[in-house]
Structure formats: C-alpha cells, structure tokens
Design a protein around this ligand. Structure first.
Ligand code: ACO
Length: 426
C-alpha cells in the first residue's frame, strides 16, 4: 500500500501525498504541486477533483448510496423528520429528545419576517419567476438581520443558520401567494415545519385550512431528500462565496442562483414541462428518437454522480404513488412518465450511458399533484437545500485549513501584444 503518488514530467518526478478518507476514494494531494513543478492540474467540471474535506454527506454513485453523517437517506426519509435531519446536518448528530425540542423551538420562533420585509415582494412584477424573488429576497435578509452578520462569532453563525432554515418557508410561501394574488399567511407556531409551510402556501382567508397528514409527510420527505448532496454545483458555489468571508445570507443567495440552472435544480421544472410537451404515450418513441439524435436531453434522467440509480429517486417514487393515491389523482402525465421510464431503462442508448431517472423525475409529478405550479419546484428545492448549504458553509468556515477559493486556468487566448490605435485596426 503506497501513501504517495509519483508524477513524472520530463526528467523530473514529483511525490504527491495520498490522503485517505473514512470511506470512498483516496485523494492525491496536489496542493504543493504548482509550487514544486510550475504546472497546474486541469479538471474543468471538477470530475476528479475533491475541492474540500467534509464530514457531512457521503455518496457512492456506482452503488447508489447516499449517507448523511453516516445515515442512509432511505432510513432518514422513512423514519426521521426534516427538522431532525437539519439538526443532523448542521450539528453532526441526531438530536437527543431535549436537543430536538430546543432546536424545533429555535427554528419555529424564527419563522416570521420583519414586517417591512413584505414590501419587497410588492416590488416584483406579479408574473416574476419565484426563483427571481428568492434570489433577491434571501440576499436582502442581510439588510434586516445585521445583528448576525459577524461570521467570526460562532453564536451569530448559529443564529443566521437558524434564521435561514426558519425563514425560507415563509419567503417561499410569500413568493407563491404573491404570484397567484393571494394574501400572505403568517406562520403558526403550533404547526410542524412542513405543515406550516403548506398552510402558508395554500390557506386562504375565506375558509379554514385542514391539514392532510399524507401531504404533510410527503412534503417533509421531499425536504429530507433534497436537504444535502455533497459538493454539487450550488453547494460548491456557497462554499466558494463563503471562502471570501461573505456572510451566509449572501452565500445562500449565490447558491439559489446556481440552483436555478436547468442542469441542476431547474431540472424538476423542466422534467414536468417535458412530460407536458410529450403529452401522450404515443408520442414517446418520436420524442426518444429526438433525444438519441441529440436534439434535446431527457430531463429528469442522468446524474453526474449516480451512474447506477439515484437512491432518492426510489423513495420519491414511493412518495409519488402515495400522494396520487391519497388525492385520487389519475394524472395522464404519470402514465407518460411511467412509460418513458420503461422505454429509457430498456433502450441501449440509455443503458450504455447509465441514464436512470433521478429524483426530479418523480418529485415534479408529486409536487404538481400537491397543487404547486411548475415554477415553484426549484423554490422548494432551494428551501430544502438551505440546510445543506448552511451546514457546508459552517463546516468550511470552521475548517482551520480554510483558504479563499481561487481556481487556476489553462490559458489559450492571445499572448502579450501591443495596443493598436483605432485608425490602424481592421
Ligand atoms: N438525456 C439524454 N442523454 C443524456 C442525458 C439525458 N438526460 N444526460 C446525459 N446524456 C448523455 C450525453 O449526451 C452524453 O452522451 P455521449 O456520450 O453520446 O456524448 C452522455 O450521456 C454523458 O453525459 P454527460 O453530459 O457527460 O454527463 P454528466 O455527468 O456531465 O451530466 C447531467 C449529468 C448534467 C445531470 C445530465 O445527465 C443532464 O443534463 N440530465 C438532465 C438534467 C437533469 O435531470 N438534471 C438533474 C440532475 S439531479 C439534481 O440536480 C437534483
């Protein structure tokens, strides 16, 4: 067993230490490589590069394993609650009964927004995408909670983390209610996190809102399944933003912006829009042919890390069926989804490329059945992922080896040349 790798360039060899994690691939430590060799390593897309050390989430993409602090995602989704998972991600352990009560109290009593904050929403056009509202509103939180912006104070870091986890549902629900022209609903402290969120989204002053335990559980499960996912694009964005010492409200706003992209969090909206575009089962073969001709991608399929199956997709599929059964919905889009899944899983094009349905494939159908419009899907993802982002931000911040993130590049542009006056150009 060797604890170093040797890289030879020309007639010079460089020893690179190999670092071992508790599980998963070892890493070749190239931190001193540039200083020693005057070479960078090249890895756009970070397919082979570990950007940090972390104890929060472990993924084995080939085996379809996702662990949070060591606990398998299916066990957490089945047995835990979102707030318990928040405590786990943020603090490293499942809470004791006493810790759970305290944590729940802390989150519950931070759910309200400053009254003046509501005027922000009025400034947006009624048809604004709720993700546009989220990116703006979350960044703006820092203007209201200036008493927790000192990132060097652990107590303030904790308060900011609690505020973000607590206020995201209130902001997300307001973004939704605003877009449909309904009045904002104030959070209620006697309700659970997910129940409170659903009430803030769907209750109207004209009638009493009645909770539905199946939908509350489904919402909680969706939040658990999206809570964290290692060093994905938005989390890496949060870490990179935070590496400069930026406060968490700014960093999470950056994470939300990154999540919005269709290759990341935007995929659940796109997956459902794709099903709508396909429309009926008969149209599937022609659509799949278009995918093979590389005219477009099958949204909700494929994953950078899971090349076997997405363990979250399995739980999500079950939740999806439960919700549809509870609501008595016979959604024709579900038929299209199931048939598409069958076709894709049996077609060599998809098998060879290891393209399996990911979580977005099923979460889109579930959220639609629950009454959320497609443009809210990514917002719900952002709400749930906030705890992952803030946990990773906290871990990065508390790492004594923290350095400002500063990737290098392979420069292929013009080499140095002299300025040409305008009259001599062209
Ligand atoms: N549909 C059709 N073909 C695909 C798809 C897809 N969804 N995904 C990848 N491929 C093909 C590529 O065209 C490529 O084919 P080639 O070898 O003939 O060129 C091959 O599979 C490998 O694809 P890459 O792009 O190299 O895979 P990568 O790991 O970089 O991409 C990604 C992962 C971005 C998720 C991609 O699969 C994708 O765009 N999927 C659709 C969007 C989606 O559902 N995103 C959600 C991700 S999960 C999440 O954020 C919660």
């Amino acid at each position: 067993m060797t604890d170093k790798a040797t890289l030879t360039i020309g007639d010079k060899s460089y020893d690179l230490p190999i670092l071992k994690g508790s599980t998963g691939p070892d890493v070749v430590d190239v931190r001193k490589f540039y200083g020693d060799s005057d070479h960078f390593t090249f890895d756009p897309g970070f397919t082979s590069t570990a950007s940090c050390e972390s104890k929060i989430t472990y993924i084995d993409g080939d085996a379809g394993i996702l662990l949070h602090r060591g606990y398998p995602i299916d066990q957490l989704a089945e047995k835990s609650s979102f707030l318990e998972v928040c405590h786990l991600l943020l603090n490293g352990e499942l809470p004791t009964a006493e810790e759970a009560t305290k944590f729940e109290h802390n989150i519950t009593y931070h759910t309200m927004l400053h009254a003046q904050f509501d005027s922000f929403f009025q400034g947006f056009r009624r048809d604004a995408h709720p993700m546009a509202i989220m990116t703006g509103a979350v960044g703006a939180l820092s203007a209201f909670y200036a008493d927790s912006l000192n990132v060097d104070d652990p107590k303030q870091r904790e308060i900011s983390a609690h505020r973000l986890i607590a206020k995201m549902p209130t902001i997300a629900a307001r973004a939704f209610q605003y877009s449909v022209g309904r009045p904002f609903v104030t959070p209620r402290n006697e309700l659970s996190y997910s129940e409170n969120f659903l009430r803030m989204c769907f209750s109207v002053p004209a009638e009493d809102w009645v909770p539905n335990p199946v939908l509350t559980r489904a919402m909680d499960r969706i939040f658990i399944l999206h809570a964290d996912h290692e060093q994905n694009a938005s989390t890496s964005t949060v870490r990179l933003a935070g590496s400069s010492g930026a406060h968490p409200f700014a960093c999470i706003a950056a994470g939300i912006a990154c999540l919005w992209g269709p290759s990341h969090g935007g995929a659940n909206q796109e997956a459902l829009e794709m099903l709508e575009e396909i429309g009926t089962v008969e149209n599937i073969p022609a659509y799949v042919q278009g995918v093979k001709d590389k005219k477009y991608k099958l949204m909700g399929f494929g994953h950078r890390v899971y090349k076997n199956f997405d363990p979250r997709a399995k739980v999500m599929q079950k939740t999806c069926y439960e919700v549809l059964e509870q609501l008595g919905i016979n959604d024709p889009l579900l038929q299209v989804a199931m048939e598409l899944e069958k076709v894709a899983l049996s077609d060599p094009y998809f098998i060879e490329r290891k393209l399996y349905p990911n979580i977005d494939f099923y979460s889109g159908i579930t959220l639609r059945a629950m009454g959320f419009p497609t443009n809210m899907f990514t917002v719900l993802f952002a709400l749930a992922r906030t705890v992952g982002w803030i946990s990773q931000w906290k871990e990065m911040f508390e790492d004594p080896a923290r350095k400002i993130g500063r990737p290098r590049q392979l420069y292929t542009g013009a080499t140095q040349r002299d300025y040409t006056p305008l009259e001599k150009r062209g």
